[in-house]
Design a protein around this ligand. Structure first.
Ligand code: NAI
Ligand code: MG
Length: 325
């Protein structure tokens, strides 16, 4: 069976790093690629950032590789994550030999609940200058993310699992999150720690080596994973997966980077590493490992893009990765 991979480059450097990742995928697997459009440039032409056809194709494909959108990011990526039914946002943040990292001992994976919390979209202005937001936390979604997080840790050899929460203040909602995660952890006989999310932000900065998989509510996962990007040398290196029961979407954590778009110098590593996660998801484990090793070898020996202190182009780095496969 040939798997279908939907490719949505989007805006800015998405147009540069996604073709780079596709080139790598083509070198190791035999997928059928379908390309679709989304983002600011589509909105300018049609008034809608996410064409219905792109959404539909994401529901139909076996997996989607997305680049980035610009100002319309929320209008594009939130529906696309929903199109693939994703409930878990998986964000590994690893330091690599050869890359100048604030904390070279960092090897973290954020497993972030991807459907509710403060990103439920239930906001209103109840009076002039007075606004509210409803934070939704359910037992179902919390148990589902906990199960995914504990399973991920077991399968990928992480001994340390930490549950981030703020149940001392958000007693009802994070009280529920914590209770649900605890019940899953206890049913599985898993070992884990609990941490208040604000203190955890500091501890991850000071002692990242003491942490592995971090299971988080939606907003906490968004913020803590960006903090971890800073620990390992920048956004050009961070891949992510949005995983559902059957389908999934893979994307770099970074955005469209308008400051460097069009210059051909974007670091393709984050998107190529996202493609490696896609390979793993489609059960091409050996190919995924090969791609990761090739990226690690290029990060260690060069060539490197300017964000990592080099002067190579996106194409140079991509060619070097393909060369090492
Ligand atoms: P950004 O991630 O696009 O860029 C932040 C900084 O990191 C910039 O200096 C950029 O040049 C650098 N950078 C990012 N990726 C890089 C790469 N692969 N290689 C080298 N340098 C890289 O975030 P920013 O500037 O906050 O947002 C720019 C636009 O992207 C905004 O319109 C925002 O809405 C959108 N965005 C979209 C996201 C998505 O589609 N998932 C996520 C984050 C932002
Ligand atoms: Mg973010």
């Amino acid at each position: 069976m040939t798997e279908t991979v939907l490719v949505v480059p989007g805006d800015g450097i998405g147009q540069e790093v996604v073709p780079a990742a596709v080139e790598v995928l083509e070198a190791v697997a035999d997928f059928e690629f379908v390309e679709a459009d989304a983002g600011d440039h589509v909105k300018v032409e049609t008034g809608e950032a996410l064409p219905e056809e792109t959404y539909r194709r994401a529901t139909e494909a076996d997996a989607t590789l997305f680049g980035a959108a610009g100002e319309s990011a929320a209008d594009v990526i939130l529906p696309l994550r929903e199109a693939v039914g994703s409930f878990a946002n998986v964000r590994p943040a690893r330091a690599y030999p050869g890359v100048d990292a604030l904390r070279p001992e960092t090897d973290l994976v954020f497993v972030r609940e991807n459907t509710e919390g403060v990103y439920s979209g239930i906001e209103s202005e109840i009076a002039d200058g007075v606004t509210t937001l409803t934070r939704v936390i359910t037992d179902d979604a919390s148990r589902r993310i906990a199960d995914y997080g504990f399973e991920y840790a077991a399968e990928n050899g992480y001994d340390d699992v930490t549950v981030a929460h703020k149940a001392n203040v958000m007693r009802t909602t994070d009280g529920q999150f914590l209770e649900s995660v605890r019940s899953v952890g206890d049913e599985r006989g898993a070992e884990y720690d609990e941490a208040l999310m604000d203190a955890l932000a500091m501890l991850l900065l000071l002692r990242p080596e003491e942490y592995g998989v971090v299971i988080c509510p939606n907003l906490a996962g968004d913020m803590l994973s960006d903090l971890a990007a800073g620990l390992v040398g920048g956004l050009g290196l961070l891949p992510s997966a949005n995983v559902g029961p059957e389908n999934a979407l893979f994307e770099p954590v970074h955005g469209s980077a308008p400051d460097i778009a069009g210059e051909g110098v974007a670091n393709p590593a984050a998107t190529i590493l996202s493609a490696a996660m896609l390979l793993e998801h489609l059960e091409y484990a050996d190919e995924a490992a090969t791609v990761r090793e090739a990226v690690e070898s290029v990060l260690a020996d060069g060539p490197r893009t300017p964000d990592l202190g080099g002067s190579a182009s996106t194409e140079d780095v991509t060619a070097a990765v393909v060369d090492r496969l």
